[in-house]
Design a protein around this ligand. Structure first.
Ligand code: GDP
Ligand code: GDP
Length: 454
């Protein structure tokens, strides 16, 4: 599902992180526990009256300042530039903006600066409506400050919402107003096309690949803009199979705004991944494989989606006999938690091997839908246990009585065992390998669920 993206913008020290944490509540851990992810807190999921949304913390993670947490050490000139950047990125990437100001300090030059920018509407948003902006007067901890909040009317951004992020007061009215700005989400996901998302870090070549794939096929029906900014779906027919390409490039050209868009691009990838069956993970061959790449791969796996790794810009690599193997080794190492993914080397620029991309994605989709017969599956389990019985430190040994595949999409197996706690991660990994030896489920994560007797 596409959750609306809400950016929290404002100068340092107005309470952006405090508000972020309050809104994020328990759900902060969204990027944790995912293989290969960094623990940067980029965004979190929140909801109000059942309307879910993502909030983006635009402060404190700015790579160029590195010091936005200690505003005293940077000049106001520097942070004015920084909040300009934040605001520009937010305007272009978010579905709604919370502009925070500080009731205690009143209106400052930096507030004026960013307000000007947000009001001027001089930034391009490529055919998209300007995002709604809510003016939030934070640190309105008592009645006096709440009343004084009217002072902020003069910023010309409409009604100021006085809140106290620390005490949690006033946030109800704010959130009512916020969710009222969200588009009515209608679920358009129930067509039967194969959903293929093109994901990857900025500049990996996603747009170029999309253009290639779409350009080479005459059967495009139309391009439908989704309800939120990050969804541009292209339905098409390929070999008589209806597919929908989910494009995360979204905004084709970001102009000069590179700075500060990172959180949004991760979010956009996540949204696309949640909606897809197969993700095409694009990796830029001219760059070292990065934490950001593994981060996205982690989301794909976590979401139970299938994947194909596309090593793009292969034309730009000087090659000898070993190059492909070296690349593969590197990628397998970085993505060791998804060793089942096929890797394809392509050039979206020259078109090299691009014709293999969709057939490979559809092959992966087919494997995703496979159901292993129960007797075949139990033969695999039995042989696996005969070859290698589960080890045990305590003397109590895992016994697997019986197993069955309960669903496909993604393939999920239930194993009935004496005691689920006795199953060691490495043994499950071993069982997974045994299954894949018999049936590869190429590109697809498989899930093993243990059930105890009783
Ligand atoms: P950021 O730089 O915008 O992310 O601001 P922080 O969230 O780090 O907050 C800066 C300071 O303001 C911290 O000392 C917070 O405790 C304080 N603060 C945040 N919200 C409130 C509030 O509602 N009332 C008061 N009195 N202080 C607040
Ligand atoms: P996106 O941000 O992932 O959508 O990436 P783009 O498709 O906009 O591509 C980013 C840059 O990489 C552009 O300058 C492209 O021309 C270039 N590019 C994309 N694919 C290839 C490729 O296969 N080979 C080379 N050499 N450059 C490429």
């Amino acid at each position: 599902m596409n959750l609306p993206i809400v950016a929290i913008v404002g100068r340092p020290n107005v309470g952006k992180s405090t508000l972020f944490n309050r809104l994020a509540g328990e759900r902060l851990a969204i990027v944790d526990d995912t293989p290969g992810t960094t623990r940067d807190r980029l965004f979190a999921e929140s909801d109000w009256n059942g309307r879910r949304f993502h909030i983006v913390d635009t402060g404190g993670i700015d790579p160029t300042s590195g010091s936005s947490k200690s505003p005293l050490s940077i000049s106001s000139k520097e942070y004015i530039q920084e909040i300009r950047n934040q605001a520009m990125a937010a305007v272009q990437e978010a579905d709604a903006i919370l502009l925070l100001v500080d009731a205690i300090s009143g209106i400052t030059p930096a507030d004026l600066e960013v307000t000007e920018l947000l009001r001027a509407r001089q930034l391009k948003r490529e055919g998209q409506p300007w995002p709604p902006i809510l003016l939030v007067v934070n640190k309105a901890d008592n009645q006096k400050f709440r009343e004084n909040a009217v002072e902020f009317y003069q910023l010309g951004l409409g009604e100021p919402y006085p809140i106290s992020a620390v005490h949690g007061t006033g946030t109800g009215d704010l959130l009512d107003a916020l969710v009222a700005t969200f588009p009515n989400t209608k679920d358009a996901e129930d067509d039967n096309s194969v959903k293929i998302a093109i994901v990857g870090i900025p500049n990996a070549g996603k747009s170029s690949l999309l253009n290639r794939l779409v350009g080479e096929d005459r059967a495009i029906v139309s391009s439908i803009a989704g309800t939120t900014r990050d969804a541009v779906d292209t339905p098409m027919m390929f070999n008589d199979i209806p597919i929908t390409l989910i494009d995360t490039a979204g905004i084709r050209r970001r102009g000069k705004v590179e700075h500060g868009v990172e959180q949004y691009s991760v979010l956009r990838s996540m949204h696309a991944i949640e909606r897809c069956d197969v993700a095409l993970l694009m990796i830029d061959a001219t760059k070292e494989i990065s934490a950001q790449d593994t981060h996205i791969a982690g989301f794909i796996q976590e979401a139970g989606k299938s994947a194909v790794v596309l090593v793009n810009k292969w034309d730009a690599i000087e090659k000898d006999t070993f190059t492909i193997e070296d690349f593969k080794t590197n990628i397998r190492r970085a993505l060791n938690f998804m060793d089942y993914v096929p890797i394809q080397f392509i050039s979206a620029l020259t078109g090299q091997r691009v014709e293999k991309v969709l057939p490979l994605a559809l092959e992966v989709q087919e494997e995703r839908m496979v159901r292993l017969g129960t007797s075949a599956f139990n033969r695999i389990l039995m042989r696996a246990q005969d070859a290698h019985s589960p080890a045990s430190k305590t003397g109590r040994i895992l016994k697997i009585y019986y197993g069955t595949q309960v669903r496909s999409d993604p393939p999920t197996f239930i194993l009935y065992v004496n005691e689920p706690k006795l199953a060691h991660f490495t043994y499950l990994r071993y069982l997974e390998n045994c299954i894949r030896k018999e049936y590869p489920y190429t590109g697809t994560p498989i899930r093993l669920v243990l059930k105890g007797r009783g």
